[in-house]
Each structure stands twice: as C-alpha cells, then as structure tokens.
Design a protein around this ligand. Sequence first.
Ligand SMILES: *[C@@H]1O[C@H](CO)[C@@H](O)[C@H](O)[C@H]1NC(C)=O
Ligand SMILES: *[C@@H]1O[C@H](CO)[C@@H](O)[C@H](O)[C@H]1NC(C)=O
Ligand SMILES: *[C@@H]1O[C@H](CO)[C@@H](O)[C@H](O)[C@H]1NC(C)=O
Ligand SMILES: *[C@@H]1O[C@H](CO)[C@@H](O)[C@H](O)[C@H]1NC(C)=O
Ligand SMILES: *[C@@H]1O[C@H](CO)[C@@H](O)[C@H](O)[C@H]1NC(C)=O
Ligand SMILES: *[C@@H]1O[C@H](CO)[C@@H](O)[C@H](O)[C@H]1NC(C)=O
Ligand SMILES: *[C@@H]1O[C@H](CO)[C@@H](O)[C@H](O)[C@H]1NC(C)=O
Ligand SMILES: CC(=O)N[C@H]1CO[C@H](CO)[C@@H](O)[C@@H]1O
Length: 359
Amino acid sequence: MHFSKMGCGNGDNKHVTVFILTVLCVGVYIYLYVDINSSLQKLEDLERSTYYHLNLILADHNRPREDKPKLLKPHYVKHTRNGSETQFFLHNYNISGPILTIFTSWSKSNETDLIRNNTVRNWSLFSPYLYPILFTNDTGLKRDVRAMGWDSLPIIHSGKGVPVLKHMYLDAMKKIESPLYAFVNGDILFTQSLLEILVSVLHSDLYQNGTVLVVGRRTNVLNVKRKTASSFQDLANVSVKIGSLFTPWGLDYFITSKTFPWRDMPDVVIGRVGYDNFLVVESNKRKIAVIDATKTLLAVHQTTKKGGNFESRKKLNKDYNINLIAKIYKKINYGMGTSNAAKYFTKYNSKSQVYIVKK
Ligand SMILES: *[C@@H]1O[C@H](CO)[C@@H](O)[C@H](O)[C@H]1NC(C)=O
Ligand SMILES: *[C@@H]1O[C@H](CO)[C@@H](O)[C@H](O)[C@H]1NC(C)=O
Ligand SMILES: *[C@@H]1O[C@H](CO)[C@@H](O)[C@H](O)[C@H]1NC(C)=O
Ligand SMILES: *[C@@H]1O[C@H](CO)[C@@H](O)[C@H](O)[C@H]1NC(C)=O
Ligand SMILES: *[C@@H]1O[C@H](CO)[C@@H](O)[C@H](O)[C@H]1NC(C)=O
Ligand SMILES: *[C@@H]1O[C@H](CO)[C@@H](O)[C@H](O)[C@H]1NC(C)=O
Ligand SMILES: *[C@@H]1O[C@H](CO)[C@@H](O)[C@H](O)[C@H]1NC(C)=O
Ligand SMILES: CC(=O)N[C@H]1CO[C@H](CO)[C@@H](O)[C@@H]1O
C-alpha cells in the first residue's frame, strides 16, 4: 500500500524507490531467512539441551494453578482428609494413605547439614501424599527428622556400614502400605511434578497390569539456599537459570511398584557406583517397565562447590557393588543401564498432563 503512494513521484524517482525497496526487501528476506534458519538450528540444539528441558518444566509450573489440594484434579484424583486418615479416590483406584513411601539414608556431617535440612523440609511438604522415612541408627538424626514429620527405621542390613538397597525397600514395605516405594538420594528436592508423575504411573496399564521402575536424570543446582528450597516456583526458576541436567548414567531416584522383585536382587548398597545402572539392566531383562521421567520430573540435586557430583566415585569401597555384581552375574553391560535404556518415557500432552509413552 505504502509503496504505490511513495512511488507516485516522477519516473526516475519511482525507479530509484523501487530499486531501494527491492534491495531492502532482499536484505530483510536474507536477514529473516538466516535468522529463522539459525533459530531453527538453535531450537534443535536446545531441544537436546537442559535449557529446553527446564523451560518445559517451568512452562508447566507457570501455568495457572488452583490451590494445592486441587493439584491432582486433571488426573481425576479427589481426596478427603479426616484426621490422620486420608483417602484417595483415584480413577477407579481407592487408596488409603500415602501414594509413595519415600526413603533415604545419611550420616551426621556438618557440611551437608543445610542440604539435609532442605530435603527434610521439602519432602515433608508432600504430606499426606508422601510418607518419608530416614534409615538411621543415630538417635539425634532420628529425633530431628521425626520432629519434621518423617518416620525413621534402623539400618538392619548393611555392607561395610552402608545400607543395603533392597532391604530398605523390604523394610519400608513391612512398615507402610502404599502403591509405590522409592529410594531417593538425600540431596534431591522435588516440585509438584513428582505428584503428577506418581498419579500418571498409577493410572497407567504398565502399573495396573505389571511392575514399573521409574528413574530419570537430575538437575544440578549449585548452592541451593534455604529460601529457594522453600518454594516450588523459586526452585523451578533457579533450575532454569543456573541448573544443568546431569548425565544419564547417574540415577538418584527409583520409584517402584510393590511387586518389584526386590527379594531376588543382590545385596547392593546405596552411595556406591553401579547399583543404579544395574537396576535398569536387570529390570529390562525381567521385562519390568522402566520409565524415564526426565522430561517431566524436576529432581533438583543440591550441589555444593566442594562436591555433590560423582561423590560415589570418591568413597571408600567405591567398587563394592561392582565387585558384588561381578560375583553373581558374569557379564553386565552397565552402558545398557542409563536412563536412555528405559523403554518408556514421560511427556506432557497439550493439557499439561503427564503421559507415559513407549519409545
Ligand atoms: C470425612 O469427614 C466429612 C466431614 O468432615 C464427612 O462428610 C465424610 O463422609 C468423611 N469421609 C470419610 C471417608 O469418612
Ligand atoms: C475405599 O476403601 C476403604 C477401605 O480401604 C473403604 O472403607 C471405602 O469404602 C472405599 N471407598 C470407596 C468409594 O470405594
Ligand atoms: C560438627 O561441628 C561441631 C562444632 O562445630 C563439632 O563439635 C562436631 O564434632 C562436628 N561434627 C562432625 C560430624 O564433623
Ligand atoms: C538443621 O537442622 C538441625 C535440626 O533441626 C539443626 O540443629 C541445624 O542447626 C540445622 N542446620 C542448618 C544448617 O540449618
Ligand atoms: C543398627 O541398629 C540395629 C539394631 O537396632 C543393628 O541390628 C544394626 O546392625 C545397626 N546397623 C548399623 C549399620 O550399625
Ligand atoms: C491391561 O489389562 C487390561 C484388562 O485387564 C487390558 O484391557 C489392557 O490391554 C492391558 N494393558 C496392557 C498394556 O497389557
Ligand atoms: C519465575 O520466573 C517467571 C518467568 O521467568 C516469573 O514470572 C516469576 O515471577 C518467577 N517467580 C519467582 C518466584 O521468582
Ligand atoms: C520446595 C519445598 O517443598 N519447600 C518446602 C519444604 O518444606 C517447608 C516446610 O514443610 C515448606 O515451607 C517449604 O515450602
């Protein structure tokens, strides 16, 4: 429209104008073309990067939400709370009590005090959906976590003083009735994306007809402050700003159904390399549905300058599990035990609901 108006001068002026406009248009076209292409390229790169992954989660966090008790509404979950008695009416499921019994273990140490305290407060927030347990023999630790609404159990079975993973599950199952159980490393903080995946797992055929193991990659965040750890939104924001997705080799949470064959597992211990990847290999072998939750579950790993990453590689008896597994299984390809080896993964649908899909 503007062109013709502008071009309504004398003949020479018109040609000059058209020429200039053409040059401008080509320039803009080339600029846009290059820009769009590099944007597409960037997008492709981002898709594989932490940033994209975290923005997905953040977008989900920033979507309008109703109050906390209605959090699970999209998944047709209702609950009523009568005193300590809690009932969930979940699809055609009727669950009394927590959805997930979540447990960990740590020993006394001054350096990690703040991290542990963040974890204790964070996991408490999920009550009554989660039932947190600390495995410890230390009366002081036991008293501290109990004051924050956790339960505790003694470490009955250990290897070189470190808790045996399978017995943590078996002891937790003896103590608490819930559809799902998880050992989680003690420096991991969650947001409500944890509840969303738990509900989608319970709804899935994979869970209803079989056995599941949910694992995934964590997001390392340096020096998580107490204030940051006390809000889901802050936690999601800080993860996007300074967080980085950790390697698919390092797994920090293991959500399993009650039917997971823990009794058949070797006595691997926590906090030493190998047990995480072994579990994925073994589950795949046994046709247990391994679900990679990385795309929808924000698991914040509180990292400090001093350490927090590859800790298990620095410990005494670091090969404890590797040696134990080698005695029982002739050949184990640990490379087939990363979160990438999961046969299923989670994703958001257009309604921001968590879905489980086959790879
Ligand atoms: C829980 O308490 C409410 C009243 O506060 C009552 O209407 C409801 O029936 C109770 N539900 C159960 C399952 O007892
Ligand atoms: C749910 O289960 C509890 C016992 O576990 C039972 O008392 C209650 O009636 C059930 N509710 C429904 C709606 O099935
Ligand atoms: C922690 O620090 C206190 C004093 O600052 C000290 O008495 C205690 O032995 C330390 N504990 C550990 C496990 O290092
Ligand atoms: C952590 O919690 C314990 C017990 O609640 C308290 O004694 C300690 O001072 C806390 N440490 C930090 C760093 O907040
Ligand atoms: C913890 O205490 C129990 C007894 O309650 C004991 O059997 C077990 O050996 C202790 N564990 C460790 C690691 O000391
Ligand atoms: C699970 O079981 C139901 C009925 O028992 C069946 O309709 C469904 O196809 C099964 N799903 C899978 C994945 O096996
Ligand atoms: C988190 O980030 C979003 C978007 O970047 C912003 O709107 C929001 O205010 C931030 N929230 C907090 C608690 O920092
Ligand atoms: C991130 C998070 O869940 N923080 C919570 C930890 O627990 C305390 C107390 O239970 C809450 O105030 C925080 O919001």
